[in-house]
Design a protein around this ligand. Structure first.
Ligand code: NAD
Ligand code: FE2
Length: 382
């Protein structure tokens, strides 16, 4: 464990209905002139980026839009967005969407001030300067990318995802307005909610956890246990959606500071290899990675504590693992890696790449390659 631990979150975070209008006012007050909105085709289609654009224009700001971010954004999304930013001389970036839009915007804002290309910043704190100011409007609950110092960009040539972990990509303002999520379809609610649960659990068993990240992780688990299924069954349940905004933000505070583990290290490879949705990959892997993690005694105790927060009758690591499998079933997540279309022939390569992903470093057990392959095998056969 490092002797000094920092705690990083955005300087300002806004929650609740009306948070977007408040953020727009703050952008105006900060005297920015030219806004670049970074979003994706789905958010453009439901009209949300158009509404935000209008609000900003009514306040006297010039707005340009890049709305072609793809799920699991790649280097081309970053360079195309950067081109729009430079053409319009943008001095502030507003991201609207889930993790993909925020990650793309963070990468654009970072390269805008530091130069080069996004690959140059793979790893930990590789940049010299702050990115452009970024206001991140979150629409999934979720990745917590609207508040983290992580940006995940797909490297198409290597079929992997680059983790850029850099204080300079932390958004200036994180915005969570639950009304943007009332229309989030059940399948996306489930996948993104289980991503948030994975953040809480991986941070809680991480080798870099501390009392602050523990408190965030456990409160996040409480709220997810209380509200994820409700939001899945009734998307316009305001209380459940609001709880999920807080839960995903708490998960973000936990993993932004305690980091993650092998669930994310492997999920990043499944995303890079097969373009699978991040939350679904985590949901399928989470119980199986914890099955291997419980071989560590301290982790077994931590997983047993989680059982209490997940409302399990037995307070054991096995009860937690069973509960995770039940939650996936209730939320209609595919059963195993075979159903996701993962190929056994790729296991060796997936394991090798996962062992190089920055997220594996804080997993409670530093697995060897044959163990990582065994995790994949278990998640495939289940
Ligand atoms: N930077 C981080 O800290 C971090 C952490 C975890 C994951 N990630 C990354 O985030 C990405 C996944 O993000 P995600 O799971 O939020 O999904 P996403 O951003 O890829 O969005 C998935 C789909 O949902 C649609 N959508 C989003 N909000 C909606 C809404 N309110 N209503 C209707 N449709 C909506 C989008 O248009 C898109 O088609 C992955 O690339 C993953 O690697 C980043
Ligand atoms: Fe995640």
């Amino acid at each position: 464990m490092p002797s000094v631990s920092g705690f990083y979150i955005p300087p300002v975070s806004l929650f609740g209905e009306g948070a977007i209008e408040e953020a727009a006012k703050q952008i105006r007050q900060a005297d920015f002139k030219n806004v670049l909105i970074v979003t994706d085709p789905g958010i453009a289609k439901i009209g949300l980026s158009g509404t935000v654009s209008k609000t900003l224009e009514q306040l006297g700001l010039n707005v340009a839009v890049y709305d072609q971010t793809q799920p699991n954004p790649n280097e081309k999304n970053v360079s195309d967005g950067l081109k729009v930013l430079r053409e319009h001389n943008s001095d502030v970036v507003v991201s609207i969407g889930g993790g993909s839009a925020h990650d793309n915007a963070k990468a654009i804002a970072l390269v805008a001030t530091n130069g080069g290309s996004i690959e140059d910043y793979e790893g930990v704190n590789k940049s010299k300067k702050n990115g452009l100011p970024l206001y991140a409007i979150n629409t999934t609950a979720g990745t917590a990318s609207e508040m983290t110092r992580f940006t995940i960009i797909t490297n198409e040539a290597k079929r992997t995802k680059m983790a850029i972990i850099d204080n300079h990509v932390t958004p200036s303002v994180a915005i969570n307005d639950p009304s943007t999520m009332y229309g989030l379809p059940p399948s996306l609610t489930a996948a993104t909610g289980l991503d948030a649960l994975t953040h809480c659990i991986e941070a809680y068993v991480s080798t870099a956890s501390n009392p602050i990240t523990d408190a965030c992780a456990l409160k996040g688990i409480d709220l997810i246990e209380e509200s994820l299924e409700k939001a899945f069954l009734n998307g316009s349940d305001k209380k459940a959606r609001t709880d999920m905004c807080y839960a995903e933000y708490l998960g973000g505070m936990a993993f932004n500071n305690a980091s993650l583990g092998y669930v994310h290290a492997l999920a990043h490879q499944l995303g890079g290899f097969y373009h699978l949705p991040h939350g679904v990959c985590n949901a399928v892997l989470l119980p199986h990675v914890q099955y291997f993690n419980k071989a560590d005694e301290a982790t077994e105790r931590r997983l047993a504590e989680i059982a209490i927060h997940l409302g399990c009758k037995a307070h054991t690591a096995d009860a937690t693992i069973e509960k995770l499998l039940d939650m996936c079933k209730a939320l209609k997540i595919p059963r195993n890696l075979e159903e996701l279309g993962v190929k056994k022939a790729d296991f060796e390569a997936l394991a090798e790449h996962a062992m190089k992903d920055a997220c594996h470093a804080t997993n409670p057990i530093p697995f060897e390659k044959h163990e990582v392959v065994a995790i994949l095998q278990r998640a495939f056969d289940y």
